[in-house]
Design a binder for this molecule. Structure first.
Ligand code: GUN
Ligand code: ZN
Length: 509
């Protein structure tokens, strides 16, 4: 088997990867700007300047218009659009979703994509909308799977097929549908990975994204990811708002595509990594991209429609690719969680999405790297980060017996001992407590994550809670030890202290 996707760096379930296509290698995560051949706002040859490594266009739109179709079949889709790098084509499924019908069959559109030399081919999957009737979601899914099988046979050339294949073997995408039914999403993902594709797009998400239904987006992505091979490239169809990139990448998504930069621009909407503004609501331009550096907000409001759309589209592309780079930088530094926490503070429903991710911290912990250079506690959602879970899981290595001091203090240990007239030498073991992690042996204070973590003082309730839960765990597992628990502010007010009292002699300072 030829390896088309290779993971180079990891953080959480996210990764920087390289995807090989007939027209070259793409570094992921990345976003594919949508190029509509009928309506070009920014020419494909200009897109590179913003950071585009791969673009996506719609084979159905090309196929439908005789002039475009003939040109594409003659010179290839790359020549048609004036783009020499990797290029993905969509099949018309979105038009099928929008208008209920399309004028091509799956076979025709797959053969057409092969014939025009696309690098990544998409079968005519059926996007079932969210909250659909279950029967409909199931029958759409069965038909999607049948079409995927057919596309595989056609592209592998095992069946005759009409169209001629141009260039090296293109990648074949296997879209995953199933509406908002998680079991259907799982079943589909399992079936599609069993068939084996090069790229796995998750489809039918656009309406969820438009309605800020981030919790459900998270649930769907996790359901699908659990059934796909860990090293398979995952694409989110129609997801292109930079606000969602860090969250999606943290869950293991690699490719995005979007017409948002252009559609929003035509609608006078200005993208930022933490939301969208209507131009009329802007008093200043909160960005320093080339557009926002050169023009002021008044100019943008007053210039003619066409120029405004063009300038807004440029700005939108700049911020979109800037966010991709910020996500990649965060992966390299193993600080993706922290980026995610900051981005998810931009909207309460994103915060709900982040909390949904925390319900799956166990899964993220399995994928996450084992040591990081730093850990910044940025609020209550940091208390159950995968790193904290990992720490709790490894607590059993600290099982002790004999006289043991556990100290949760806001002063130094020496000061507390002096004040309490405690002799450290009298103890066989000494633990300090650092929230949100919990107890650690004095000797390990320089090691990860204790030595590398920066936490606020006073710590919030959630951070104290995880730390005290882990203190309790230590007390309960070390049956052969006698514990003295020294506790200062703000620890002593915490309700878990009552439980600790049952197992340790507590001294309050
Ligand atoms: N574009 C946005 N959503 C979808 C989808 O579900 N399938 C395909 N093929 N394209 C899309
Ligand atoms: Zn800008």
């Amino acid at each position: 088997m030829i390896i088309v996707f290779e993971v180079l760096h990891k953080d959480l379930m996210g990764r920087i990867g390289r995807l090989e296509t007939p027209h070259g290698v793409v570094e992921t995560p990345t976003i594919m700007p949508v190029v509509n051949p009928n309506l070009v706002l920014i020419r494909p040859d200009e897109l590179e300047r913003f950071g585009a490594e791969i673009i996506i266009t719609n084979a159905y739109i090309i196929h439908k218009k005789e002039e475009l179709r003939e040109k594409a079949l003659e010179g290839g889709v790359h020549e048609l659009l004036g783009w020499k790098k990797p290029l993905m084509t969509d099949s018309g499924s979105y038009q099928l979703y929008e208008y209920g019908d399309v004028e091509v069959s799956n076979r025709e559109i797959v053969e057409f994509q092969l014939g025009i030399g696309s690098d990544v081919i998409v079968p005519l999957d059926i996007p079932t909308p969210p909250d659909a009737q279950r029967e409909r979601a199931e029958s759409d899914l069965a038909e999607t799977l049948r079409r995927l099988e057919e596309a595989k046979r056609i592209s592998r050339g095992r069946e005759g097929g009409g169209g001629e294949v141009r260039g090296a073997r293109p990648l074949l995408a296997g879209p995953i549908q199933g509406s908002t039914f998680l079991d259907l999403r799982e079943r589909c993902a399992a079936a599609v990975s069993e068939m084996g594709f090069d790229v796995y797009p998750i489809g039918g998400l656009v309406p969820l994204l438009e309605d800020y239904r981030y919790r459900e987006l998270v649930e769907i992505i996790i359901a699908v990811k659990q059934r796909l091979p860990a090293d398979a490239p995952v694409h989110l169809f129609g997801v292109g708002h930079p606000i969602f990139f860090s969250l999606a990448v943290a869950l293991g998504c690699d490719l995005f595509d979007s017409a948002a930069y252009a559609l929003y621009a035509k609608d006078d909407r200005y993208l930022t990594s933490d939301g969208t503004y209507f131009l009329e609501d802007l008093h200043y331009l909160p960005c320093s991209c080339p557009v926002c550096s050169k023009y002021d907000v008044r100019y943008l409001k007053e210039c003619d429609r066409e120029e405004r759309a063009r300038l807004l589209a440029e700005h939108n592309l700049y911020v979109t690719f800037a966010e991709i780079r910020a996500v990649k930088q965060a992966i390299r530094e193993n600080r993706l969680w922290e980026l995610l926490e900051r981005r998810c503070r931009a909207h309460p429903l994103l915060l709900s999405g982040l909390k949904k991710v925390l319900e799956h911290a166990e899964l993220l912990e399995k994928y996450d790297v084992s040591t990081k250079r730093s850990f910044f506690y940025l609020g209550e959602t940091s208390a159950r980060r995968p790193e904290v879970l990992k720490y709790a899981k490894k607590l059993d290595r600290f099982e002790v017996s004999g006289n043991t001091l556990v100290a949760a203090l806001d002063t130094t240990l020496e000061d507390a001992c002096k004040a309490l007239k405690l002799d450290l030498q009298a103890f066989d073991h000494v633990f300090l407590v650092k929230p949100p992690f919990g107890p650690y042996p004095l000797e390990l204070q320089e090691t990860y994550p204790i030595g590398q973590s920066e936490v606020p003082t006073p710590m919030d309730y959630e951070g104290l809670t995880t730390a005290l839960e882990n203190v309790l765990k230590l007390l309960e597992m070390s049956k052969g030890a006698e514990f003295v628990f020294v506790c200062g502010e703000p620890w002593k007010e915490h309700p878990l202290i009552q439980k600790i009292k049952r197992r340790a002699k507590c001294i309050f300072v």
